[in-house]
Design a protein around this ligand. Structure first.
Ligand SMILES: [Zn+2]
Ligand SMILES: [Zn+2]
Length: 200
């Protein structure tokens, strides 16, 4: 298991040979807005990258990254596994003065990964690519009941003492009409069942 994905581009920069790297990651640590972030994976995430020189300090990276992200259910916050199969493709530009690699948009609108260390750390690039491809919000199940807004109880595990306080209309909208609820009893045809008809 490799902690940080690197590709060594020293000999590519010296002699224009191709470079290749592959491995598996169980998480990615990267920096965003000055703070360290961690992207967790449910299982080892394989990646494979090839870099080909284009001349003039530019090169092209292509490859594949297949992480299974662990995201939080938007309603109950339990872990949800989100498998991604990502095709990688980006221009690279070598600028010796650059500290940490960063993505910028070229005049052509294409993304360029600018880096200064020939031992290129792909952490931020892979994390950003995965996050861009990930859904903005996920549910662990389409009918997740969420958490009680009063006590935080996971309503998927059953009601809590506050459940009765939730207005019926709200339950209706989110969950539909549960079997045997007041709505079923209000059904006029259900009422007919209790009617005793005189026998002929
Ligand atoms: Zn949920
Ligand atoms: Zn509650």
């Amino acid at each position: 298991m490799i902690d940080t994905p690197h590709i060594h581009l020293g000999s590519l920069l010296r002699s224009s040979s191709d470079a290749h790297a592959e491995g598996e990651l169980d998480h990615l640590t990267y920096e965003q807005g000055g703070s360290e972030q961690t992207l967790r994976f449910a299982r080892p995430a394989p990646y494979e990258v090839d870099v080909n020189p284009l001349g003039g300090g530019e090169m092209y990276l292509q490859g594949r990254f297949e992480p299974t992200l662990i995201l939080e259910c938007a309603r109950c916050l339990r872990d949800v596994e989100v498998p991604l199969d990502l095709k990688l493709g980006t221009l690279l530009r070598y600028e010796p003065s650059v500290d940490a690699p960063y993505l910028e948009e070229a005049e052509t609108g294409e993304e360029v990964l600018v880096f200064g260390d020939p031992d290129l750390d792909l952490s931020a690039y892979l994390a950003e690519t995965a996050l861009l491809a990930a859904p903005l919000s996920v549910l662990h199940a389409p009918d997740c009941k969420g958490l009680c807004q009063v006590c935080g109880h996971d309503l998927n595990e059953g009601p809590c003492e506050h459940s009765a306080q939730v207005p019926v209309e709200e339950i209706d909208d989110e969950l539909g009409t549960p079997e045997g609820s007041a709505h079923a009893r209000q059904n006029p045809f259900t009422a007919l069942r209790d009617l005793k008809l005189p026998e002929d």
